[in-house]
Design a binder for this molecule. Structure first.
Ligand code: PLP
Length: 407
């Protein structure tokens, strides 16, 4: 395995050092929410103990301190994803809110009757439903990029679906239910040939690979903080200025205006235009601290290590008779979905929990994926760089136990 000092890394995550049902916790539910390092916990505590105050509007010391910390976090986000402009990094409460923002606001500004929105067959419900709502409101049509039996998008079909009616491509960088890494850079280049913008659901990519939104040429890149070692309640919409400037606000009210009279309201410039009301200040500062943490480790080595873990786990589970791996794309990240004979995934999850192993069981908010593979649900192990080979062995032993119980 790559020489990556996971033992040292594990010391940074207090939650990992506990027993569950009398067994050491093996946390393999990182795609749902990753754990938070002590440095991020400390930063949140410092804000709450010493800096708590509302931001942007206050002239007093605490408000200015909190504002500085919040805006510093935005700057860290900008550098982390290599956004060209800090004002194009909009704080939201998570990926779901972010996609709703893009869908609703872009939809109002740019989608009309007869237009088409392209999404893929492997999307999370958060990247399906907001577009369906917009399509219904605007009289537009949703079209779906198909995938093959390995869980890879059929790129040729994608090209055939693009046409002059297409007004948006909304696609995941990494699938949360299959782990497939989509060829997003190429897909964006293809969409741009038709003058179509692309909204990337990046919930499952930012925690697992270095990202450069300018290199990808993404029009929108949306993600949650709580899947990248920050607390819940933070997330980012990165958007190109050429779109964001033209899009109407998503929510309206305090903090996002320039002037208000009963006759007319003028909106504030970016990013404030899209940040109505008091934001999740502690969570935003926490996201900045999580980025500091990722910058303090060798993130590229961490990603390589995590990939080796995924391959090891794929081999271990694949060797167990009765286990079927769902999603076998050539390019994968973090996620290992599987079924065990005809055992319901909820039973798998419950037995694994008795062994201290936390996985997710269900449809993973991706019912069209379950329909495609003709399964009601899967069990899903998802890895982070603090997981170990030893934990993968415990997962495999626990899956073996499932088979014994149901034999
Ligand atoms: C691919 C993908 N998109 C969107 C989301 C929604 O993220 P959140 O619940 O943090 O808003 C998730 C969460 O699991 C996801 O995996």
């Amino acid at each position: 395995m790559t020489t990556f000092d996971f033992n040292k890394i594990r010391e940074d995550f207090p939650v990992l050092h506990q027993t569950v049902n009398g067994k050491p916790l093996v946390y393999l539910d990182n795609a749902a929410s990753s754990q938070v390092p002590q440095a991020v916990i400390d930063r949140g505590t410092k804000y709450l103990r010493e800096e708590h105050s509302n931001i942007h509007r206050g002239v007093h010391y605490l408000s200015q301190t909190a504002t500085t910390a919040y805006e510093a976090a935005r700057e860290k986000v900008k550098r982390f994803i290599n956004a060209p402009d800090v004002d194009c990094c909009i704080f939201v409460r998570g990926c779901t809110e972010g996609i709703n923002l893009v869908a609703s606001s872009y939809g109002k500004g740019f989608i009309k009757e007869g237009d088409e929105i392209l999404i893929s067959q492997m999307e999370h419900h958060s990247n399906i439903v907001p577009w369906q709502v917009v399509a219904e409101e605007r009289g537009a049509k949703i079209r779906v990029i198909p995938m093959n039996e390995r869980g890879e998008l059929v790129v040729d079909e994608y090209e055939n679906l693009l046409n002059e009616r297409t007004k948006m491509v909304a696609v995941a960088h990494v699938s949360n239910s299959l782990g497939t890494v989509n060829p997003i850079k190429e897909m964006i280049a293809t969409a741009h040939k038709f003058g179509v913008p692309v909204c990337v659901d990046a919930a499952q990519s930012v925690p697992h690979m270095p990202v450069d939104v300018q290199d990808l040429d993404a029009d929108f890149y949306v993600f949650s903080g709580h899947k990248m070692f920050a607390p819940t309640g933070s997330g980012i919409v990165y958007g190109k200025r050429e779109w964001l400037d033209k899009m109407p606000p998503y929510q309206t009210g305090g903090s996002q205006i320039r002037t208000v009279s009963f006759e007319k309201t003028m909106y504030a410039p970016l990013p404030a235009k899209f940040e109505a009301g008091t934001p999740a200040i502690a969570a935003g500062i926490g996201l900045g601290a999580a980025i500091d943490y990722l910058n303090s480790i060798d993130f590229a080595a961490a990603a390589a290590y995590e990939h080796e873990l995924l391959e090891y786990a794929t081999g271990r589970l694949g060797d167990i008779q009765g286990v079927t791996i769902v999603g076998t794309a050539a390019e994968k990240a973090s996620v290992l979905s599987f079924t065990v004979a005809d055992v319901h995934p909820h039973d798998i999850g419950t037995i694994l929990d008795q062994e201290g192993v936390a996985v997710r069981a269900g449809h993973h908010c991706a019912q069209p994926v379950m329909q495609f593979f003709d399964v009601p649900a899967t069990a899903r192990a998802s890895f982070a760089f603090y997981n170990t080979k030893d934990e993968v062995d415990k997962l495999a032993d626990a899956v073996q136990r499932v088979i014994e119980v149901f034999a």
